[in-house]
Structures are given as C-alpha cells and as structure tokens.
Design a binder for this molecule. Structure first.
Ligand code: NAD
Ligand code: TDX
Length: 370
C-alpha cells in the first residue's frame, strides 16, 4: 500500500474533485484511512466553486488542507507547489469537461486538458526523479480520464482496457491526448503513472449543465426538459462516491503503468433515465399529488436538435478493477438519484451561486485577490 502523504489534487473545486476531497476527509458515506495533507490546485473556471469545501477549509485549512488558486499550465506555480508541500502524489482531475462546450470552443480544452496535463507530468518527473534517474515506490501520478476516449458502441459490447481509442468530440480527443501523454511518461521516463477511464458520474456538486443536474434544476424551475435527438443514446451511470472510492483504491494499490476502467454496470437510455428522475423529483416535491406533478413535468419534455457527433452508447467492462483491487459499486442507481435530488433540493443557493459566479466573490473575501 502506498503512503500517499502529501497529495496534490488538481481540479479539487470541480464536481468530482470536491467530492473526492470531502470523501478523503470523511465527509462522505465511506471513510477511507487518510491521515495526510491535501493541496487543492484549481483555476476556478466557471465550473469550480471553492465554497463547496468551506467546512473542510474551516476544519483542516492550514494544517491538512491547502488551496492554491491557479492554472495547471503555469509551470512556475506547479513547481513551487511541488516544492512547498513536498508533494509525493498527484491525482489529476482538472479539465474542461463538458462535451457541448468543446464543440462550441475547443481551444480551452486543448490548453487545459493537453498542455496542462503535459505541464503537470513534466513537473512531477523533474520533482520526483532521483539522481540515478529512477523514481521511488512512494510517488504516484494518477490521471483521471473518461470512457469517451473509446468512442461509441453499437447495441452490444463493452469498453475494456484494451479497446482501441477512437475519440469523437474535441473533449474526448483532448482527454485521449492527455491519456497518451500520461502513459508515454511512464513508458519513456519510468514515471509511476496510473490511469482510470470512468463512465458518466452523477451526484452532489455537479454543475447544472450536465444531464442530471440540468434536468433537476429545470424541473424545479418549471423549465422545458431538452432531450437531444431521439433520446435513445445510452450512458452507464455511476454515483460520484463510487468513482472516488475506485480512484482511491487505484492510488493505494494500483499497479504503475496500468489502466483501470471504472463503471456503474448501469446502462440507461437518456429518455428512460429522465422518466425515472421525474418520478424521484415528483415524489420528493411537496405536492399532495406527486403522480399529477410527474405528468405535468413529463409534458415539458422537449426533443431538440441532436448534439453533433453524439456518441450512441457507452458501456464499461470494469471486471479488472473488481478482480485486481477488490473495488465494487456501493450505491444503487435509485439510491444515488434520491441522494442527488435531496441534495439539489436543499442546495438551491449553491446552484444559483455557481451559475452567477458568486463563488468568485467568496474566494476574494476568503483568500484575497490573486
Ligand atoms: P468539472 O468541470 O466539474 O471540474 C473541473 C475543475 O477543474 C473545475 O473546478 C475547474 O475550475 C478546474 N479547472 C479547469 N481548468 C483548469 C486549469 N487550467 N487549471 C486548474 N484548474 C482547472 O469536471 P468533473 O466532472 O469534476 O471532472 C473531473 C475529471 O473527471 C475530468 O478530468 C473529467 O474528464 C473526468 N471525468 C468526468 C466524468 C463525469 O461524468 N463528470 C466522467 C469520467 C471522467
Ligand atoms: O440537455 C441535455 N440533453 C441531453 O439529451 C444534455 C446536457 C445532455 N443530453 C444527453 C447527451 C448525452 O447522451 O445526455 C447524455 C449525457 O450528457 P452529458 O451530461 O453532457 O454527459 P456526456 O456527454 O455523456 O459526458 C459526461 O460523461 C463523461 C461528462 O460530461 C464527461 O466529462 C465525462 O467524461
């Protein structure tokens, strides 16, 4: 088991990163054994909200939790962070992550996902290389990636770790490039790298542009529910805490140079998922007649123009991580949806805040202008 003492988390103010840091500090439903320090490096783009970690900052700030605002592509800053905190582990979540935005403006995806990842890998290599050119067994760079790099499936079959890469969107192409760089640093320089490719995540703190939180927010606000194309594209959904427990298992025990697929084994056509979600939201709304409420919400489903290059189906074979590291999903889809809806119902301010950029003001008040 690796020591994992001083961990650099990139993108720790985004959806999965926030949940990861909360999980490590015991705020999720599972508590891992973690006694070390976390340094959260995040640029706070539109998708980042550092206020999501307010309780962690109040409890552990300055002792076991540190926030550094900045760009992963800023080499001098990344080098200074490695030195200042004696980083031994990096877990790299930071990315531009939304497919639709990558279609409208790919440049930021190349800068952050490709060049930013390169900078991190290169700094880790210089910081961790010993005088004989080797690396110790207690350093690790874990690169977090997506199943989208594998392209699109037909009605049958699964992505395995050996499926050839076939990315279709600027987002998935940029993630594919970053995956290749991470593995190239392992093969060429011997940098201890692990890589995970995960299916669609959902849960608290997800920016309301992704399918599930967008639909919940629109339902609560009585807005139309936009379904792309025929609504029959299939995604494999995983509760975010299950993704993070898998990432942690890889960091502790995964073999350097290996890729691990992570998935929910939980495929849903978008339109079926939306119908399920409507039932959950209607049941939790204060209405005396949830069935009628669900009918009213269904009437707002609106089929809209399809996403260009919309991948038809994703499905992950995650038997490797289950067999090798003993990981498994802990949260059923219904449970996960209920927790997610409960969270969005009780955190309307968070949604309004991240939409309006309020969190930036919070950073300035708490961390000063940087
Ligand atoms: P997100 O968009 O919610 O968060 C990304 C975070 O990265 C934000 O806090 C943002 O401020 C930060 N960031 C962006 N550019 C940066 C830069 N140049 N420097 C520093 N910080 C920067 O994304 P997410 O959904 O939490 O995804 C996290 C990672 O997981 C990504 O690498 C993504 O590709 C991968 N992933 C996501 C999913 C999913 O369903 N969301 C599934 C599989 C893999
Ligand atoms: O309004 C919508 N209507 C709709 O029908 C939105 C936002 C999406 N969709 C469809 C498109 C997809 O088939 O729902 C499905 C899920 O869409 P997204 O939430 O945008 O996710 P996806 O494109 O599948 O990518 C996600 O999973 C893999 C994350 O955004 C990526 O970061 C991750 O790598």
């Amino acid at each position: 088991m690796r020591k994992l003492t001083n961990i650099l988390v990139t993108g720790g103010a985004g959806f999965i990163g926030v949940n990861f840091i909360r999980f490590l500090f015991g705020q999720g439903t599972v508590a891992p054994e973690f006694k070390g320090r976390i340094v959260n490096l995040d640029a706070i783009t539109y998708a980042g909200n550092i206020a999501s970690l307010k309780e962690i900052d109040e409890k552990f700030g300055g002792t076991r939790y540190f926030f550094e605002k900045g760009d992963i592509g800023n080499r001098a800053l990344v080098e200074a962070i490695f030195r200042k905190y004696d980083i031994d582990t990096a877990v790299h979540f930071a990315a531009e992550s939304h497919v639709d935005r990558s279609i409208l403006g790919p440049e930021a995806f190349i800068k952050t996902n490709v060049l930013g990842t390169f900078t991190l890998l290169d700094v880790a290599r210089s910081a961790w290389k010993k005088s004989d050119g080797s690396f110790g067994s207690d350093v690790l760079f874990h690169h977090v990636s997506t199943d989208e790099v594998y392209g699109s499936l037909g009605e049958t079959g699964y992505f395995t770790e050996t499926t050839a890469y076939d990315p279709r969107s600027p987002y998935s192409a940029s993630k594919a490039a970053s995956d290749h760089l991470a593995m190239a640093y392992h093969h060429t320089y011997g940098l201890p790298v692990t890589l995970s490719n995960c299916s669609n995540n959902y849960g608290p703190y997800q920016f309301p542009e992704k399918l599930i939180p967008l639909m919940i927010s629109n339902m609560l606000e009585g807005k139309p529910l936009p379904v792309y194309g025929d609504g029959k594209n299939v995604r494999d959904w995983l509760y975010v805490e299950d993704h993070n427990s898998a990432v942690w298992a890889i960091m502790e025990k995964g073999r350097a140079g290996e890729t691990y697929n992570i998935g929910g084994e939980n495929e849903w056509e978008n339109i079926r998922l939306l119908n399920e979600l409507i039932d959950v939201v209607a049941a939790k709304s204060n209405s005396d007649a949830p069935a009628a409420q669900a009918v009213a919400m269904r009437s707002t489903i609106t089929y809209v123009k399809d996403r260009p290059g919309h991948d038809r189906r994703y499905a992950i074979d995650c038997s490797k991580i289950k067999a090798e590291l003993g990981w498994k999903q802990a949260v059923s889809f219904r449970q996960g949806l209920e927790r997610t809806v409960d969270w969005y119902l009780s955190n309307k301010e968070w949604v309004n805040g991240i939409r309006s950029g309020d969190c930036r003001r919070w950073i300035e008040e708490n961390y000063g202008k940087r």
